[in-house]
Design a protein around this ligand. Structure first.
Ligand code: NAD
Length: 317
C-alpha cells in the first residue's frame, strides 16, 4: 500500500481506502459476517482510512462497521463519517442535529472520536446554512476535541468553492468528491489546483462510478442516464473480450493521480477488497488503459448532476 498526506490534516492515508456504504446493503443484500471480514481484510492489507455515514442503509452501515471495529485497536485506522443526510430526501444540517448526530454515530461505531466529520451532500442544503450554522457547529466540536477535522461532500463540483470561499482558512480541511474522477469523468482535475493552494485534502470516491464500471452494472437507484450506462458497457465488453478486469483499470486510474490523497472503494466482499488492494501495486497495462479511455471518450465528463437548482453543475448529459 502507498500513503499520501490528506491536505494539512496530518493524516497519512492509504491511496486506496474503504467506503462502507455496501455494509448498509446499498448495492445488494449483504451478509454482515462477510462485510465484517471485508473490513478486517482491508485493514490487514494496509488500508487505514474508513468512510461511512448514518445515511447508508439507514444507519446499518455504521452499525456493521462498529461491530467490525470492536476488536481493532483505535490507532490502526482513521475514521470518517458524516452529518446532515439521514434518509432519501431527509436532510438536517442544523447545529443541534450536528451534535446529536455525532453522538449517535460514535455510539454505533463504538468510538469516542471521529477523525473527519463531513457535511454530507451539501448540494441538497441551503449553502448559507452550511456556512453560518453547520460549519461553525463542527468547528466547536473540533475545538472541544470531539472530532479531528472537518470536511464537506458533494456531487456538483461548484458547491466546493461556493462554500470554501465563504469561510476562513482551515475551516474546511477535506473535500469528498464522487464520480468526478474516474475513467469516464475527470472533471475533478479542474479544481485540484484550487484545493492544493488551500492545503485541502482531496478524497475521491467511487472509482467504478457506484457500480457503473463493474460487470454487475448499476443498481436500480443509480442516476446515470441510459446513454452513460451504454457507453460504459462498451468499455466493459472490451475488457471482458480481452480477459481483463475493468475494476482493476478503474482502481489503477484513480490511485495514480498524485493530487488525490485517497480513493474510496466500496465492497462487502473480502475477495474483492483483496483484489482491489492488489491492483494498487500491480503493473499498469498502459495500452489497455489507453484503449479503455478511448472507448469511453464519447461519454467523457457526461455525468449526472443533482441537488438544489442553484447548486447544480451546468450540465452535461
Ligand atoms: P464504488 O465505485 O466504489 O463501487 C462500488 C461497487 O463496486 C459495489 O457494487 C461493489 O460491489 C463493486 N466492486 C468493488 N470492488 C469490486 C471488484 N473488485 N470487482 C467487482 N465489483 C467490485 O462506489 P461506492 O461504493 O459508491 O463508493 C465508495 C465509497 O465512497 C462509498 O462506500 C462511500 O463510503 C463513499 N462515497 C461517498 C459519497 C458521498 O459522501 N456523497 C458518495 C459516493 C461514495
Amino acid at each position: 500500500m502507498l500513503y499520501r498526506p490528506l491536505g494539512s490534516t496530518g493524516l497519512n492515508v492509504s491511496v486506496l481506502s474503504y467506503g462502507a456504504s455496501p455494509l448498509g446493503g446499498v448495492f445488494r443484500e449483504t451478509d454482515d459476517r462477510e462485510g465484517i471480514k471485508t473490513v478486517h481484510t482491508a485493514l490487514d492489507l494496509g488500508i487505514n482510512f474508513l468512510d461511512v455515514s448514518p445515511y447508508y442503509g439507514a444507519t446499518k452501515a455504521e452499525s456493521v462497521l462498529g461491530r467490525a471495529l470492536k476488536e481493532i485497536r483505535r490507532d490502526r485506522y482513521f475514521l470518517a463519517t458524516k452529518v446532515g443526510q439521514y434518509g432519501d430526501g431527509l436532510f438536517d444540517f442544523s447545529a443541534t442535529r450536528v451534535k446529536s448526530s455525532l453522538d449517535e454515530s460514535c455510539a454505533r461505531l463504538g468510538v469516542d472520536y471521529i477523525d473527519v466529520l463531513q457535511c454530507h451532500d451539501i448540494e441538497f442544503a441551503d449553502l448559507d446554512q452550511i456556512v453560518n450554522e453547520t460549519l461553525p457547529a463542527l468547528v466547536k466540536l473540533r475545538d472541544a476535541g470531539r472530532i479531528g477535522h472537518i470536511g464537506i461532500t458533494g456531487l456538483p463540483l461548484k458547491v466546493f468553492p461556493a462554500v470554501i470561499d465563504r469561510v476562513g482558512p482551515g475551516v474546511v480541511e477535506t473535500v469528498l468528491s464522487f464520480c468526478r474522477y474516474e475513467l469516464n469523468d475527470t472533471a475533478l482535475e479542474t479544481l485540484l489546483p484550487y484545493f492544493n493552494r488551500r492545503d485541502i485534502g482531496v478524497i475521491n470516491a467511487s472509482p467504478t462510478g457506484m457500480g457503473l464500471l463493474t460487470e454487475r452494472g448499476v443498481p436500480a437507484w443509480h442516476p446515470a442516464p441510459p446513454a452513460m450506462v451504454a457507453g460504459a458497457r462498451r468499455a466493459m465488453d472490451y475488457c471482458r473480450s480481452v480477459g481483463a478486469d475493468i475494476v482493476k483499470v478503474a482502481v489503477q486510474f484513480c490511485v495514480a493521480h498524485p493530487g488525490i490523497a485517497t480513493t474510496l472503494v466500496g465492497t462487502a466482499n473480502p475477495e474483492n477488497i483483496r483484489k482491489n488492494i492488489a491492483h494498487v501495486s500491480e503493473p499498469v497495462d498502459q495500452e489497455l488503459m489507453a484503449k479503455v479511455l478511448e472507448l469511453l471518450e464519447p461519454i467523457r465528463n457526461h455525468n449526472f448532476t443533482r441537488g438544489r437548482p442553484e447548486n447544480r453543475d451546468p450540465l452535461i448529459a
